[in-house]
Ligand binder design. Structure first.
Ligand SMILES: O=P(O)(O)OC[C@H]1O[C@@H](O)[C@H](O)[C@@H](O)[C@@H]1O
Length: 276
């Protein structure tokens, strides 16, 4: 998929130091937006934290045993957040100059391979999810409700192969016409975030041109993916990455909670059309 940033004149290039101030969520112009592409973990559900803790359970003892620089939350945001599972492992290992054999998806969690480590983290993630369950962010559900009332179309775009389980546990499975997750991406050979391809695919499945879609993301890799594609709007949700970082990476609007966008969605003139 080509990088078609040129279609979006309103956001700074990723890494551009001259950050343009983001737009006020209450007055953002949503006139052209008909499709809404939601990230899952950290946007719809608080499961980014579950992922974060599971990664820490993996990498804290792993790095200590190798005498490498200790693992911290900053590592999650910089190297792992929002990326597909094994890409997260590769990025973190690269940050410490550690090379491991790739192994295979069937590797047991005890294997000292890229896939073994990813599988170890996944076991920790599923353990926590089963113990604690998951409730969606109420403010995100409020935005979903407003979009539905306005006739917009919604999709989930997640790097996670656990997305169906998380959506089901959160009671959100029936809310989405389209889900492009880690399973779909692997099946279709789509590169994960920060590449824009999974978002582009979701727009295509919704039947809405990318220029009429908004990308909603909390992760650096996810906002970068939105900024790398020809999307109408990139909305950053600040769950810890920081407003400035999200804006610098290309978020046009940054919110603390998604219900900040409800007035703008509700104030739209007339119902939205279903497809392109
Ligand atoms: O659940 P999976 O398939 O291991 O996916 C991993 C990733 O899924 C993403 O949705 C999270 O934002 C990441 O931080 C996480 O590492």
């Amino acid at each position: 998929m080509t990088n078609s940033r040129d279609a979006r004149a309103h956001a700074p290039a990723p890494g551009d130091a001259s950050t343009t101030p983001t737009v006020d969520p209450r007055s953002v112009d949503l006139g052209g937006i008909r499709g809404w592409l939601f990230d899952l973990d950290g946007v719809l559900t608080p499961t980014a934290v579950v992922h974060m803790h599971a990664w820490a359970r993996l990498f804290t003892p792993f790095l200590a045993a190798r005498g490498a620089a200790p693992y911290g939350d900053a590592d999650y945001f910089a190297h792992i957040d929002g990326k597909p599972r094994y890409d997260g492992v590769r990025s973190l290992l690269a940050s410490r100059g550690i090379r491991l054999p790739e192994g295979d998806v069937a590797d047991p969690p005890s294997a000292e391979t890229v896939h073994g480590l990813g599988n170890r983290k996944n076991a920790a993630f599923n353990e926590t999810l089963a113990e604690e369950g998951v409730q969606p962010y109420p403010a995100s559900v409020a935005l979903l409700d407003a979009i539905e009332r306005a006739g917009g179309l919604v999709a989930v775009v997640s790097s996670s192969k656990n997305a169906p389980g998380v959506l089901g546990a959160a009671g959100l499975a029936d809310r989405f016409e389209v889900v492009v997750d880690g399973i779909v991406a692997a099946r279709e050979g789509l590169p994960g975030k920060p590449a824009p391809d999974t978002f582009v695919r979701a727009a295509e499945l919704l039947g809405v041109p990318t220029e009429a879609c908004a990308v909603i993301e909390d992760a650096e890799s996810g906002v970068a993916a939105g900024a790398a594609g020809p999307f109408g709007l990139v909305i950053g949700v600040d769950r810890g990455v920081g407003r400035e970082v999200l804006a610098r990476l290309g978020a046009d609007v940054v919110v603390d909670e998604l219900d900040e966008l409800v007035p703008a969605v509700a104030g739209r003139p007339g119902p939205q059309e279903g497809s392109a």
